[in-house]
Design a protein around this ligand. Structure first.
Ligand code: NAP
Ligand code: MG
Length: 406
């Protein structure tokens, strides 16, 4: 069979440890035999980031802006122990943080669902995608441990030096705590656009919730900005696609999410998204089945797995042991990116390949062949056959060949 041709390159960002090993194996077994893979390769592995003074990460993000679609392998975010292990010149920042800042993007996380592994919440039938506003609020707050009695005030001085606002926060009669949070209209608007854009792309409803009844300025601004962007830029598209934008209070949203059957995007403020994404991903089963895509407000996409570099498995691999590391989320990062590239470049064959590869992955697990992490969660009728990563990829390839022959 002739290989599928691509027109525009994908931005390929390689990574670290066990996922770097899987990355190459996925390409060799499932991609390059079928696609004349055209990528612009950036090695975001920690040694190369250190060698280039992290310029490689910036270059990869800029390339994503240029071409529009990227696929990224998990990477190490250095800490003190990694400084020692890799003899680093600096404790480089998280590549994901750097890329997100350059693209001004929002991260959407969605579980891959298979029959035989059911969510803890039994009425969840479809994925719930969580979008987290990864900017500001408590993550950039200024805090003060109030040591004694005294008055705390909120003061704003405009750029001309005029004090335009002053209000007492609390007159402390004893020690306490104090926190100053902020966010920016520009960031909230970008977040809103990315959410509406992704809802349109994936033809799913969008839910958004804050505590605007209590937080009448701060949270209410989020609510208002979302509504403005929706009315001005997306309402017509939503109507045309038959999808809905739904705003409610965060408490009400939590209750509805638990009772829902899934199948929508839940946009969350920074802290809500941090907490809720962990809850939702755990309830869906396994971190190894969670996909992630960074979407910029002007429609650039970077696909990746939500999990890390799976360090514990890598050390086993280095000792020569076979590992049963789950490649599903990394494969789906590739299929997500290839499908998007195919849509943008009008290459139906590439879109079809992405669909068939995803179906092959799901069919492999549903027929009982899976990695060790899933075998423990398996409730299917046939007993689970736990295999190592490479054998799992080969099993997927056999399914894929069947799909492609049809
Ligand atoms: P992790 O790599 O996600 O792994 C945590 C544990 O989850 C693993 O030890 C494993 O459990 C299980 N797991 C995760 N992915 C799996 C998979 N595909 N197949 C099977 N099991 C899987 O998180 P971490 O150990 O906290 O972090 C390791 C490194 O990854 C760190 O250097 C961190 O900076 C980096 N990281 C990168 C990203 C990213 O690039 N997006 C995200 C998170 C973390 P068992 O050991 O029980 O098998
Ligand atoms: Mg969290």
């Amino acid at each position: 069979m002739a290989k599928i041709q691509m027109t525009t390159p994908l931005v390929e960002m390689d990574g670290d440890e066990m996922t770097r090993i899987l990355w190459q194996d996925i390409k060799d077994v499932l991609l390059t035999p079928y696609i004349d893979l055209k990528t612009e390769y950036y090695d975001l592995g920690l040694p190369e980031r250190d060698k280039t003074g992290d310029q490689i990460t910036v270059d990869a993000a800029e390339a994503t802006k240029k071409y529009g679609v990227a696929v990224k392998c998990a990477t190490i975010t250095p800490n003190a122990q990694r400084m020692e292990e890799y003899k680093l010149h600096q404790m480089w920042k998280s590549p994901n943080g750097t890329i997100r800042a350059i693209l001004d993007g929002t991260v959407f996380r969605a579980p891959i669902m298979v029959k035989g592994i059911s969510p803890v919440v039994k009425n969840w039938k479809k994925p719930i995608t969580i979008a987290r506003h990864a900017y500001g609020d408590v993550y950039k707050a200024t805090e003060y441990r109030v040591p004694t009695t005294g008055k705390a005030e909120l003061v704003f001085t405009d750029e001309g030096g005029t004090e335009t606002f002053r209000q007492t926060i609390y007159d402390f009669e004893c020690p306490g705590v104090l926190q100053g949070q902020y966010n920016k209209d520009t960031s909230i608007r970008s977040f809103a656009r990315a959410c509406f854009q992704y809802a349109v792309d994936t033809r799913q409803d969008l839910w958004f919730a804050t505590k605007d009844t209590i937080s009448k300025k701060y949270d209410h601004t989020f609510k208002d900005v979302f509504q403005e962007v929706f009315d001005a830029e997306y309402k017509a598209k939503f109507d045309e696609l038959g999808i809905e934008y739904f705003y409610t209070l965060i408490d009400d949203a939590v209750a509805r999410v638990i009772r829902s059957e899934g199948g929508y995007i839940w946009a969350c403020k920074n802290y809500d998204g941090d907490v809720m994404s962990d809850m939702v991903s755990t309830a869906f089963g396994s971190l190894a089945m969670m996909t992630s895509v960074l979407v910029s407000p002007d429609g650039k996409y970077e696909y990746e797995a939500a999990h890390g570099t799976v360090t514990r498995h890598y050390y086993k691999y280095l000792k020569g042991e076979k590992t049963s590391t789950n490649p599903m989320a990394t494969i789906f990062a590739w299929t997500g990116a290839l499908r998007k590239r195919g849509e943008l470049d009008s290459l139906p064959q590439l879109v079809d390949f992405a669909d068939k590869l995803e179906r092959a992955c799901i069919a492999t697990i549903e027929s009982g062949t899976m990695t060790g992490d899933l075998a423990g969660l398996w409730e299917g009728e046939t007993p689970a056959k736990a295999v190592d990563s490479h054998a799992f990829l080969e099993a997927i390839r056999a399914e894929l060949d069947k799909n492609l022959a049809q």
